[in-house]
Ligand binder design. Structure first.
Ligand code: EPZ
Length: 421
């Protein structure tokens, strides 16, 4: 297994180009199953999860052509295997995103239940409840979701999600695109990645309004055409590099971003004492060499502070001036980076879903273990700020969501190397 070796303590300075968003590319690639013609998707990040989704589409019978710039062309007209197998789904929970499109386009789907993961049980009950309401027959047997639509076509319905669910909103929006009649989604997720998927579907001929608000309306159509689409920039990757600038007291510019998608984080960086400059597609964070002030955060659905940035801000607060609290409201077990940060000298006390942090002047490097994607990012950030050497193990977690992470951090002057064990 690979590890990252980081010699910390230096302020990061420079520019980094942000890749396409993992959490937009995954639903958009699943949505290609809905298209009757070829679809070309560009700005796709070169990530493990993305190659897993490509593998899954290939196993279903779609034909994919990928060029050296990771532009992906998909032809879903020869899909003949309506099974998403456990072997693939267990490595990437987002495989559940093929369920809605397969049901809507082919009337049948056997998708392995995605197990839980390190950060929580990750149920998909809201996805299934909505599809059943749209006329799908669904049984869960031997670890598989066995779904079919006997009447041949799903039926548009008015649906209210009990909790805001990002992939739940995406799955049902895709299913509704080809359903008969109108579907109204209430308490829908407002994440920018949901909007990106909606824009892709609209370009293919879907009739969708309200994406990005709590209420999305979809008028089903008979079929969707092909086309081409460029994936939005990854706001979590951008936030991660900006956090690296803040906690190392440096100056970092992230390029090819949409500043509007970063606002909840930018407000927090300013609270921490950073000077933020916004361009049309870039953001500069400058600490002017100062130690960040502690900033309390409480995660919630977009446009509030994202849960996917919680571990990164925990690392920032670990070296910030003052006391802060970090409250995780979305997932029930997303504090596994805490004990690893404590091994680096972080002063953190857990009380249910809230961590109370007292910033220390300097963390000390240590061997630590990554447990999930964003926890890994938090540990890498802590290593960049710490005195001495930090070895982050099991970084296959981080490769799922960050493209060429050591290369990009090296561009910012970090001393970071990958070593294969
Ligand atoms: C998406 O996961 C993201 N993944 C996650 O990013 C992100 O952390 C999460 O949204 C929240 O923003 C992708 O987009 C591929 P949810 P998702 O359904 O859709 C509960 C990363 O690091 N819930 O919005 O699985 C659930 O347990 C990943 O890139 C149900 O109870 O999250 C959670 O408490 C990690 N029943 C809450 O809703 C359901 O049927 C929000 O989950 C579905 C969800």
């Amino acid at each position: 297994m690979d590890k990252l070796i980081i010699a910390g303590g230096k302020p990061l300075k420079g520019e980094v180009i942000i890749s396409g968003a993992k959490n937009a590319a995954l639903p958009i690639m699943a949505a290609t199953l809905l298209a009757s013609d070829n679809v070309t998707i560009s700005n796709v990040p070169h990530l493990k999860d993305v190659t897993t989704m490509m593998e899954l589409l290939g196993q279903l019978g779609a034909q994919l052509v990928v060029d050296e710039k990771m532009n992906v062309q998909v032809d879903a007209n020869h899909v003949n295997e309506l099974v998403a197998p456990y072997e693939l789904v267990k490595t990437m929970r987002a495989s559940i995103l093929v369920l809605g499109p397969m049901l809507a386009r082919f009337g049948k789907a056997d998708v392995s239940l995605p197990g839980g993961c390190a950060i929580g049980t990750r149920p998909v009950d809201l996805h299934l409840k909505a599809l059943k309401a749209m006329g799908a027959d669904i049984v869960v047997k031997n670890g598989y979701i066995k779904a079919q639509c006997k009447r041949g076509r799903l039926l548009g319905k008015t649906l209210v999600f009990d909790t805001v669910t990002v992939t739940g909103t995406e799955n049902i929006m895709m299913a509704a695109a080809l359903a008969e009649g109108k579907t109204i989604l209430k308490n829908a997720a407002r994440e920018p990645e949901v909007v990106d998927l909606a824009n892709f579907l609209i370009q293919m001929g879907a009739k969708i309004t309200g994406a990005g608000t709590h209420t999305i309306e979809i008028d089903g159509v008979e079929s969707l055409a092909g086309g081409s689409y460029s994936v939005m920039p990854d706001r979590i990757e951008a936030g991660t590099y900006l956090t690296a600038g803040a906690l190392t007291r440096g100056q970092v510019t992230v390029k090819q971003v949409k500043p509007d998608n970063l606002l909840s984080m930018l407000c927090k960086f300013e609270e921490a004492g950073a000077a933020i400059t916004l361009g049309e597609d870039w953001v500069t964070l400058d600490m002017h060499g100062a130690r960040p002030e502690a900033v309390s955060i409480s995660t919630a659905p977009y446009p509030a502070f994202p849960t996917d940035m919680q571990a990164q801000f925990m690392a920032l607060n670990a070296v910030a001036d003052g006391a802060s609290s970090v409250t995780e409201n979305i997932f029930e077990n997303r504090f596994m980076h805490v004990q690893e940060l404590q091994r680096m000298g972080a002063q953190i006390r857990l009380n249910g879903n809230t961590a109370m942090i007292t910033g220390v002047e300097r963390l000390t490097g240590a061997p630590v273990m990554a447990t999930d994607l964003r926890a890994s990012a938090g540990l890498i950030l802590a290593g960049l700020a710490a005195d001495g050497e930090t070895h982050v193990e099991r970084i296959y977690h981080v490769d799922r969501g960050y493209e060429r992470i050591e290369e990009k951090f090296s561009m910012l002057g970090a001393d970071i190397k990958r070593r294969s064990e």
